[in-house]
Write a protein that binds this ligand. Structure first.
Ligand code: HEC
Ligand code: HEC
Length: 301
């Protein structure tokens, strides 16, 4: 593929390169005079008697320069150096990278094949596999879920035992393989007062301080406004649509009345990217086991 918009720049680069190399050779040639019998001085004198002689360069030194000129010509012929010319060896940095990646993939394939056949819970207990899992996690997942997997606002904590999309092995694999799209629809049409009632009710579900009159009204609205359709009649959530459990102490966006009101009024859209096509089934399996191992640890209890 050409990196240049017009062929002009291609030839411009080739020409400049050649002129420079040939220019060096010509310069060397013109300096290659036979050593004179008497040596001139340059006329510079320091400290009264210190004169600068004008010796020609020694032969071996000249030849070193000639060799660099020859080397650069050979190099230009073999490697992609001149404009769009690909070089006789067909080498490219992306090609070398692809080859190295293929080699590593080939070397590790039997191991990943073995991991893929291992049950997720058993794999989560395999120390060596989990070290690989951690490396994969730090490469692909850390930027959103954090180095310690504890997440941030809008990015779920993976180290706890609270699951938005389900914590069963098959559900975790599905989440990582195909991604998830969490959609909490906006409910601004309910009006500010009802939204405040609902926010107080949601807070009361997780035993946070709330206005009792608003809680009672909010409880009614929770059913009449259709919240139950996704979060369930008891507010414990529904993994199938990614509706979080509203009765626990885990918050994706925050538990203040203002934040909850904002969630209800404006809704939330959230996306976990799909990884199957990018990293392959086997790595998804190891990553899922790693996520499982995190929530099985002390932090998950
Ligand atoms: C671009 C940011 C981003 C990256 C990168 C990312 N995730 Fe996510 N992930 C999210 C978001 C956002 C959610 C929540 C989706 C929602 O709210 O519906 C999520 C949800 C999840 C869940 C579901 C948690 C639950 O409680 O059900 C798991 C498991 C998960 N991610 C694992 C991973 C793994 C493993 C990786 C690395 C391969 C990864 N994520 C990379 C953004 C990301
Ligand atoms: C169509 C299904 C659906 C309906 C209806 C729905 N929700 Fe949600 N809700 C969700 C989903 C999905 C999320 C998670 C959004 C995300 O992944 O970012 C969510 C998130 C929330 C959160 C944020 C929780 C946190 O941890 O920060 C609150 C609060 C909430 N909903 C309250 C309500 C209330 C109150 C109603 C009724 C007015 C309601 N929801 C109606 C699906 C729904």
């Amino acid at each position: 593929m050409s990196d240049f918009v017009t062929p002009f720049w291609n030839w411009f680069v080739i020409l400049i390169s050649f002129i420079s190399i040939v220019g060096c050779a010509v310069l060397l040639w013109t300096q290659n005079t036979p050593p004179p019998r008497t040596v001139d001085t340059t006329g510079h004198v320091w400290d009264e008697t210190l004169e600068e002689y004008n010796h020609p360069l020694p032969k071996w030194w000249m030849w070193l320069f000639y060799i660099t000129v020859i080397f650069s010509l050979v190099y230009c012929a073999l490697y992609p150096t001149l404009g769009d010319f690909q070089g006789a060896l067909g080498w490219s940095s992306t090609g070398q990278h692809a080859k190295e990646v293929a080699k590593v993939e080939g070397d590790t394939k039997p191991l990943f094949d073995k991991y893929l056949k291992t049950d997720l819970k058993a794999l989560a207990a395999d120390k060596e596999a989990m070290e690989t899992g951690k490396r994969l996690y730090l490469t692909y997942c850390m930027q959103c879920h954090g180095a310690d997997a504890r997440g941030a606002k809008g990015f779920p904590n993976l180290a706890d035992n609270d699951w938005q999309w389900g914590g069963e092995p098959a559900q975790i694999i599905e989440t990582i393989s195909n991604g998830r799209m969490g959609v909490m629809p906006p409910h601004a049409q309910l009006g500010a007062e009802t939204i405040k009632d609902l926010a107080n009710y949601v807070r009361s579900l997780s035993a946070l301080p709330a206005d009792s009159v608003r809680v009672a009204k909010g409880q009614e609205a929770f059913t009449s406004a259709g919240c139950v359709g996704c979060h369930g009649p008891d507010g414990k959530g529904m993994a199938a649509v990614g509706a979080p459990n509203l009765t626990d102490k885990v918050w994706l966006y925050g538990s203040s009345e203002a934040t909850i009101s904002e969630t209800i009024s404006k809704g939330r859209n959230n996306q976990m990217p799909a990884w199957k096509d990018f990293v392959g089934e086997a790595k998804v399996h190891v990553l899922a086991a790693y996520v499982l191992s995190l929530s099985a640890g002390p932090a998950g209890k």
